[in-house]
Write a protein that binds this ligand. Sequence first.
Ligand code: ZN
Ligand code: ZN
Length: 387
Amino acid sequence: MPVVNRIADFSADMTRWRQYLHTIPELEFECHETAAFVAERLREFGVDELHEGIAKTGMVAIINGQGDGPTIGLRADMDALPITEETGVDYASQNPGKMHACGHDGHTTMLLGAARYLAETRNFSGRVALIFQPAEEDGGGAGVMVEEGIMDRFDISQVYALHNAPGFAEGTFYTTPGPIMAAVDTFEVHIQGVGGHGAMPHETRDPVMAACGIAQAIQTIVSRNHYALDDLVVSVTQIHTGTVNNVIPDTAYINGTVRTFDPNVQQMVMRRMAEIVEGQAKSYGVEARLEYNVDYPATINDAEKAGFATEVAREISGDDRVTGNTGREMGAEDFSYMLQKRPGAYLFLGQGEGAGLHHPKYNFNDEIAPVGASFFARIVEKAQPLS
Ligand SMILES: [Zn+2]
Ligand SMILES: [Zn+2]
């Protein structure tokens, strides 16, 4: 792969950083040790400014290029997942029950690699803002950094981010103009019935049957209420109730997720879910309370920036290894909050075969770190060339 030569030269260092970060996975906003390691490297590279403590453990580093120009933003996420690691690697998680199962250790490393190169070479005009965020998996750290004003404070004009993709050929890139990742909402239904003896159901108001009815009826939102060509997923992912075979319980609990791209579809789901929960509860003679939580918005690439990022990716990986119109998928990503504020693009970087994201046997492929770092470096040099 024609990665930037200078970055290839220090790829062994990147592997060391990544494998060290892999040993210290941290959750949500509590990325203290990770942030300390990142800050230490950035100081070592000689970045011009380092602003720590944004969104608790996030930070923005500034590298000045040569001459005036805009500021381009590059973002990496640093947080891990509450999963017990099963990779068996000798640099496995040392924090029990926590694991880098989404490759954010690799994302952080790729942006550090770009930082080292850009601080060393400075073959660009204007400035680059390196954004290291906590709480991508849960908590919306990108949204908090945006709320804390990073876009205006650092005068960022455009933003880019990468996510590794298991199951796609090593070093290939995928992106698309417009929507790439869905908006994610979650819902919970708390059902209150009246329990009793399993042999005397007529004396109860059975929350088990109500839960089954509600879970089934919710599925008709997709199959009966929305236009078939619009994107929509409604998944019931948990039903909890009861403890033994001869007792009808008092309560039941349902939980699930909704994925959409169009705010009108999202509004329709919210309205229909409320109607279904209320109507079904009435028909089963129980009480049900719906909690509907609107979470990350859809991730929407700027068409022109996605095209530009595709060009840069082709320079690095070759024309036939980059797909510029991959289409959208129903996963979600909090980089969406940054793309709401500034034009930019989100790309997937293939990392070859192996366990999927969020699997206890997943591991980031160190071979793609120089590819991602080269992409970040070249996007800066190409967007803001020396005059
Ligand atoms: Zn993830
Ligand atoms: Zn991730």
